[in-house]
Design a protein around this ligand. Structure first.
Ligand SMILES: *Cc1c(COP(=O)(O)O)cnc(C)c1O
Length: 392
């Protein structure tokens, strides 16, 4: 099948819910992706933050092969060596969060967290942030802010409300004795790469404690080294009651997890479940992935490379840039105009990057990206942002 045939078949049979590119990707290696004709692209998207370890990591491939020929599927009622080892490994990374619920995606981890907070508190109110993104199933979508995602599906789940991010006063007013949970991303990804201020997350922790609400952090995108720590909340000197993770948890294999603190009660048999949750194949992939992250010091790599990249980006003298911001290797370049033509121009220079909203270029490269590749990225960004692309 040649590239055009592949494109035509996908365009014919797609559900229609994705804007399809005209670039067929067939292989990956480290921070590189390869097109059907062999052309190499620098991946600065990591599949929206999935491939933190890069593509085709040998340790993940090996773990998958070994576990696939041992045991792929097992319902969580039966204990299993891979799952038990992963539970121990994950909970040692998150002191204070000793229990784990496994699922298969980011939105599922948020759904589980929402259910757990209602079950635990007997309350129904969920407070999320403006610009926040938590997924697209009905519960997570109710916590998501973007009206384009929400409005076609109303009525959503009742008792969700949104407050401005980083505004302590408004949060104080919003959290009441009816509030089950406050849910935030420590760095808002989809919403435009906005960082929580440390005092804000600390205040959120205090306010939840005072009012008997639970604090949920959605680290689906920020987790597993992306921001320079294994989890972003560890920059802020607080611990959430529930921590949602997914994306790069299992090295690219679909998996989600909620890590659960001691304040969360009433999680009894039958309260929640998942057919595929905690299956040995995904657990083996996650175990290999988290182990490789530790062995390769991925959080430290993200911190160092992120600082280097940030400094280079801030030195670009383009009048089109409004602001460069980020944490570790999660970086947003806010332009004064729409980013679509710039992303297209970057792709012509063999760089795949993302948007976050209309005006932010979002960079989420694999954390194994090399300094040579970072320089290539900066060079291409500079050319694209210094050139004269007309805003369409
Ligand atoms: C991607 C993302 C989700 C949703 O994850 P899916 O696996 O696509 O359901 C939820 N929260 C955040 C912060 C995300 O970045």
């Amino acid at each position: 099948m040649n590239a055009n045939e592949i494109i035509n078949i996908e365009n014919k049979h797609t559900s229609g819910t994705y804007t399809k590119q005209t670039l067929v990707i067939v292989r990956g290696q480290g921070a590189s992706l390869f097109a059907a004709d062999g052309t190499e692209y620098l991946d600065c998207s990591s599949g929206h933050g999935v491939a933190n370890l890069g593509h085709a990591h040998p340790k993940i491939a090996e773990a998958l092969y070994k576990q696939a020929s041992t045991l792929i599927t097992l319902f969580e009622t039966f204990p299993n060596d891979q799952r038990a080892t992963l539970m121990e490994k994950l909970t040692t990374l998150t002191p204070g969060l000793e229990r784990v619920f496994f699922c298969n995606s980011g939105t599922e981890s948020v759904e589980a967290a929402i259910k757990f907070t209602r079950l635990s508190t007997g309350r129904t109110g969920i407070i999320a942030a403006m610009r926040g993104f938590h997924g697209r199933t009905m519960g997570s979508l109710s916590a998501t802010w973007n009206k384009t995602y929400r409005e076609p599906f109303v009525p959503l789940v009742p008792d969700f409300s949104h407050v401005p991010y980083n505004n302590i006063e408004r949060l104080e007013k919003a959290v009441t004795d009816q509030t089950a949970a406050v849910i935030f991303e420590p760095v808002q990804g989809e919403g435009g790469v906005y960082l929580a201020e440390p005092v804000y997350l600390q205040a959120a922790r205090r306010i939840c404690n005072e009012r008997g609400a639970l604090l949920v952090l959605d680290e689906v995108q920020t987790g597993f080294g992306r921001t320079g720590k294994i989890f972003a909340y560890q920059h802020f000197g607080i611990t959430p009651d529930l921590l949602c993770c997914s994306k790069s948890l299992a090295g690219g294999i679909p998996m989600g997890a909620v890590l659960i603190g001691e304040k969360v009660k009433n999680l009894i048999p039958g309260a929640h479940g998942s057919t595929f949750g905690g299956n040995p194949l995904a657990c083996a992939a996650a175990l290999a992935s988290v182990t490789a992250m530790e062995e390769e010091h991925l959080p430290a790599q993200a911190a160092e490379k992120g600082a280097y990249l940030m400094e280079k980006l801030k030195a670009i003298q383009s009048t089109k840039i409004r602001e460069v911001r980020g944490l570790g290797l999660m970086i947003g370049i806010e332009l004064k105009q729409k980013v679509a033509p710039y992303l297209k121009a970057l792709q012509e220079k063999h760089i795949i990057a993302l948007s976050a909203g209309m005006t932010v270029i979002r960079l989420l490269p694999p954390l194994v990206i090399s300094y040579v590749q970072i320089d290539q990225l900066v060079g291409s960004l500079e050319e694209v942002l210094m050139g004269d692309i007309l805003d369409e």
